[in-house]
Design a protein around this ligand. Structure first.
Ligand SMILES: Cc1ncc(COP(=O)(O)O)c(C=O)c1O
Length: 180
């Protein structure tokens, strides 16, 4: 494939190879090469390709119920998953909030943290601590939170307001932040 209508990582370079199938930990390209997906995509996908139990679970759920808006309904699969994840309240975590991916999870965490301080009348607590150049997702808030260098940093400056420690676990003082 020499051109594409998709915005890939670069509009100048040719599109990446076409993945046309998968089998366990292997990706299969359109020209029949087998590529070991050793890191599970971006290190976050762990179900492999075409496992019969996963395929059957997806088929069964799609046949039963494709979608029910969470503003109006709950359904058995997320209720069961939440019970399995936090039913035993590990470390005091008692409730789950399901989203569609990592970026949305970060946005939800930022919003929940902010909302909880607003609700206990501490609106001044609005700074988030993140490691410089860390990656937390591709949404405006998640990108701004990690303060990327270059173009991404410029695009996301609007979402700033974060404290950036130089070392993990180290919270910067105001003076250190001014020097930054
Ligand atoms: C630490 C971390 N946070 C967030 C994300 C964003 O996840 P997603 O691509 O599902 O939005 C990633 C993705 O690689 C990640 O590694």
């Amino acid at each position: 494939m020499t051109s594409s209508r998709i915005i890939h990582r670069s509009l100048r370079a040719p599109p990446p190879p076409m993945a046309s199938g998968g089998e366990g930990a292997w990706l299969v390209t359109a020209d029949r090469r087998r590529v070991l997906d050793a890191s599970g995509g971006a290190a976050v996908s762990c179900l492999g390709h075409g496992h019969p139990r996963v395929v059957e679970a997806i088929r069964r759920q799609a046949a039963a119920l494709a979608y029910a808006h969470t503003g109006f309904f709950t359904s058995a699969p997320p209720e069961e998953l939440a019970e399995a994840l936090v039913g035993h309240e590990p470390g005091g975590l008692a409730y789950a909030f399901f989203v569609a991916g990592g970026s949305e999870a970060m946005e939800a965490a930022l919003k929940l943290a902010r909302q909880s301080f607003l609700e206990i009348d501490q609106p001044q607590r609005c700074r988030f601590i993140a490691r410089r150049q860390s990656y937390h997702g591709n949404t405006l808030g998640a990108l701004g939170f990690g303060r990327q260098r270059g173009a991404a940093g410029a695009v996301c400056a609007a979402a700033g307001g974060c404290v950036q420690p130089r070392h993990p676990g180290l919270c910067l003082s105001r003076a250190a932040r001014r020097r930054d």
